[in-house]
Write a protein that binds this ligand. Structure first.
Ligand SMILES: [Ca+2]
Length: 354
C-alpha cells in the first residue's frame, strides 16, 4: 500500500471510528509497473541516480538521492508521465526534494502542469500554473482538471545560477476513468460524450435536449429544450412542461392560452376572446378594443351604455331586468285577482276568503 492509499485508508478508518459522515478519494491513476515517465535530462551525479523512474518507484523519501534530478545549465526542464490510456484527471500530487531540513522547493517556483490526450503539448494544455510569488510546499497537490493521457511537469524558471531544474521524488495523479467523475467515480450519465473529473461535461455538451450544461442536469421547472434555454408555455394548474419538447401535460393550457400543434400553450387568445380554452367572448370594450385574454376585463373604458369589469352589463339590460321582475310579480298576483273576481260574482266578500 503506497502512502496515498494509506492516507486515504487512514482517513476513512478515522471517520468510521468517529462515526462521522463518509468521505471518499479519487482513483490513483499511476501504475508503478506500467506508467512510463521521461525527463528532459538527468543530472550526472552517478550510478543511475536522478532518472525519471524515481518519481513512480513507490519510495516517498524526499532526499535527493531518491529523486529525479534534471541536469544543470538548461533553459527548461520537464517530466512527462504517460498513463497508458486517457483518464479524467482531477489533480496532481508532487513530493519534491526536501533534504536540507528546510524547504527546498524553490526550484519548483513558477512551474506549470500540462495535460494532453496526445504526446504533444500546446499552451492551451496548461492545467495549472504556479503563481511564482510563493515558495511551493515540498509536498503539494494541485488541481489539473483535464481529460488526458499525458501529464507534463514543466519549468523554464532559472531560480538559481544552475538554470531550470526539477527535483521530483514521487508523483501521483488522481482522477477517474473516462465517462466517470467525482470522488466515487460515478457515471457521467447525461453527457453526450464525456465529462471532466469534476462532473462538468466536455465541450460536446449534453446527451440530448432537456439537460443543461455544465453538469447536464435535468431542466428545472419552467424551462425545456436544448441546454434548457427555452421557457415553458402557460400550462394549466402551473404544471411544468415536458423538458424536451415543451408541451403541457395533456395539452391543457392555463386560462387565456391555447396550444399549437406541439401543445406548448404559448399562444394567447385571439382578440375578442378570453378564459379557459379561449371560449369566453369579451364584453363591450370601448373602441372595440380587446379585453384581457385571461380575465376578460376590458383594458379601456366600456362602450357607452355598458359597465362592469368586463363591460357586459348595460342600461338596457338593467331595464330588461326590471321589466322582467315586474312581469313576474304580476304573474304571481294574477291567481288572487281571478279569485276576487269570482267571489264578487258569487256575492261573497273577499275578506271571507282570506
Ligand atoms: Ca520515489
Amino acid at each position: 500500500m503506497d502512502v496515498d492509499s494509506w492516507t486515504c485508508f487512514s482517513s476513512l478508518l478515522f471517520l468510521w471510528i468517529m462515526s462521522i459522515s463518509f468521505t471518499n478519494c479519487y482513483e490513483q491513476l499511476i501504475n508503478t509497473r506500467t506508467t512510463k515517465v521521461t525527463s528532459s535530462s538527468i543530472h550526472p551525479f552517478g550510478r543511475g541516480r536522478g532518472s525519471a523512474d524515481f518519481t513512480i518507484d513507490g519510495n516517498f523519501n524526499q532526499h535527493y538521492t531518491n529523486c529525479m534530478h534534471t541536469a544543470i545549465g538548461w533553459s527548461e526542464a520537464w517530466l512527462t508521465i504517460d498513463l497508458g490510456v486517457i483518464y479524467n484527471v482531477k489533480s496532481v500530487k508532487i513530493w519534491y526534494r526536501d533534504d536540507s531540513g528546510s524547504a527546498r522547493a524553490f526550484r519548483l517556483t513558477g512551474f506549470s502542469i500540462l495535460a494532453s490526450q496526445t504526446p504533444g503539448f500546446e499552451d492551451n494544455n496548461i492545467c495549472y500554473q504556479d503563481p511564482g510569488h510563493v515558495l511551493p510546499e515540498t509536498v503539494l497537490e494541485v488541481n489539473c482538471v483535464r481529460t488526458a493521457r499525458y501529464i507534463k511537469i514543466y519549468t523554464n524558471k532559472k531560480n538559481d545560477q544552475y538554470g531550470a531544474i526539477l527535483e521530483i521524488c514521487e508523483i501521483r495523479i488522481f482522477g477517474c476513468p473516462r465517462r466517470k467523475y467525482g470522488e466515487q467515480c460515478e457515471s457521467c450519465g447525461n453527457c453526450k460524450r464525456d465529462c471532466h473529473a469534476t462532473g462538468q461535461c466536455d465541450s460536446f455538451g449534453c446527451i440530448h435536449d432537456g439537460y443543461h450544461p455544465p453538469y447536464c442536469k435535468a431542466c428545472e421547472a419552467g424551462s425545456f429544450g436544448k441546454n434548457c434555454l427555452s421557457e415553458c408555455g402557460h400550462c394549466a394548474n402551473n404544471a411544468t412542461c415536458n423538458s424536451v419538447k415543451g408541451s403541457c401535460p395533456d395539452g391543457n393550457c392555463a386560462p387565456g392560452w391555447i396550444h399549437n400543434i406541439n401543445r406548448k400553450c404559448n399562444q394567447a387568445c385571439k382578440d375578442g376572446w378570453y378564459g379557459r380554452e379561449c371560449k369566453e367572448q369579451c364584453g363591450y370594450c370601448r373602441g372595440n378594443r380587446p379585453s384581457h385574454h385571461v380575465t376578460g376585463s376590458c383594458l379601456a373604458l366600456c362602450e357607452p351604455g355598458y359597465h362592469g369589469d368586463k363591460c357586459e352589463e348595460s342600461e338596457f339590460s338593467q331595464l330588461l331586468a326590471i321589466q322582467r321582475k315586474i312581469l313576474n310579480s304580476r304573474r304571481e298576483l294574477l291567481p288572487f285577482k281571478r279569485r276576487r273576481i269570482e267571489l264578487r260574482a258569487n256575492g261573497t266578500s273577499p275578506t271571507d276568503f282570506i
